[in-house]
Unconditional design. Structure first.
Length: 394
């Protein structure tokens, strides 16, 4: 079982407040007979994820041609954010063009859904998704000028960004257009930090994670070596922190590096005390076997008994990666899908692509995500950030 630490007192308090005093007395007896209220956290149990394994060569080949087989959708599904903007077609714009796109192997079905829905407004818009399906190959073809846009289920590789910049003199246009998933293997699952179940730590901040895992410590913390450095006392104060992670380069470690170890203008670097695995499959098992462990991996690979640690950016409460927190994009280690293209510095995005991008970010476009039932629609605040990025000078 995986231990999840979850705040539950607010709901209980609201229910009790709604009950008449007489009902409370009848249900619980005189107040003097009741133990005092003890605010805190409730630990609840969630079954571990089913074991996942690397794709076979045959599965990789099939996925690059036809896309990966979609997982079974989550039983729970989010609602669209009521504040999402409705799509308003640009007056007088008539698109009669065919664009060439690249795509990760987990995205062609979603992209096809967007295109078909957009063609109700712009029937002359055509999009050919090139094969093989692979975000990394698409990024390279974008640099070569062979593609107009690329849908990638992760952040671009640093080498892709630098290669693009070397050729064009500016960075690629890279904008979030969809949420990832909660814990679907291979489909951009959320990330989690975890300890051995016996570890009493209750939360971690980005600054603490950076101080433990990075050599650069851009968030200003002192090096973390012991659990006492992370605030534990007593028998835990002098126990060493054993770090576990995923060997660079990897989409999972790149996400953590960008999201936690890096700050604007400064790229974070891992320190040399981390035990690196080549892939994310074994990290949870190592953490479950080591009482002093602190590690991170994708939610879909947590197949062993560990304690998931709530995290905070430093602004707001520490949150755990339960389904609601991820679906609402409140949990700070949720992931997103990107639309990437070449938008020359100082010039607006191609009008046809801008119209398509606006549609994807609209209520109608995000409804396509909800209809597929695999990925999570963006929240209104995320859409606002993407629209601002699209309008801002680059």
């Amino acid at each position: 079982m995986t231990s999840y630490r979850s705040l539950a007192n607010a709901l209980c308090a609201a229910m009790l407040a709604a009950m008449p005093v007489a009902a409370l007395a009848q249900a619980h007896g005189p107040a003097s007979d009741s133990p005092p209220v003890k605010p805190g956290v409730t630990t609840w149990l969630e079954p571990t994820a089913a074991p996942v394994f690397p794709q076979t060569d045959a599965e990789k080949k099939a996925g690059m041609q036809d896309g990966r087989t979609l997982p079974t959708p989550e039983f729970l599904q989010p609602q669209l954010d009521a504040a999402l903007p409705a799509f308003a077609p640009t007056k007088g714009l008539r698109i009669t063009r065919t664009f060439k796109a690249g795509s990760s192997d987990v995205l062609p079905g979603l992209v096809d859904g967007w295109v078909k829905a957009f063609q109700k407004y712009q029937p002359g818009f055509k999009l050919e998704v090139e094969r093989p399906l692979a975000g990394s190959l698409g990024a390279l073809e974008l640099i070569k000028g062979n593609l107009d846009l690329v849908f990638v289920s992760r952040e671009l590789k640093p080498s892709d960004v630098s290669g693009f910049r070397d050729k064009f003199g500016y960075d690629p246009f890279s904008m979030p257009i969809s949420g990832g998933t909660w814990r679907h293997f291979g489909f951009l699952d959320a990330m989690a930090f975890m300890t051995h179940p016996g570890n009493p730590i209750r939360q971690l901040s980005f600054a603490q994670i950076d101080a433990a895992f990075s050599s650069t410590r851009h968030r200003g913390g002192k090096p973390i070596k012991t659990w006492g450095d992370l605030g534990l006392t007593g028998e835990w104060a002098n126990r060493p922190v054993h770090l576990y992670g995923i060997k660079p380069w990897n989409g999972f470690e790149e996400f953590i590096r960008q999201r936690v170890l890096s700050v604007p203008g400064k790229r974070g670097e891992w320190n040399d005390s981390i035990h690196f695995d080549d892939t994310f499959f074994a990290v949870a098992r190592r953490v479950a076997a080591d009482p002093d462990a602190l590690g991170y991996t994708g939610m879909s690979a947590i197949d062993s008994e560990v304690a998931i640690v709530p995290v905070t950016t430093g602004e707001g409460p520490a949150l755990e990666p339960n389904y609601k927190n991820v679906a609402m994009a409140d949990y700070p280690l949720t992931r997103v899908i990107y639309l990437n293209t070449n938008a020359p510095k100082g010039k607006p995005l191609d009008p046809a692509l801008a119209e398509f991008a606006r549609f994807i970010l609209s209520r109608e476009g995000q409804a396509v995500i909800l209809k597929q039932g695999i990925y999570l629609p963006l929240r209104a605040r995320q859409v606002t950030a993407s629209l601002d990025y699209m309008k801002s000078p680059r």
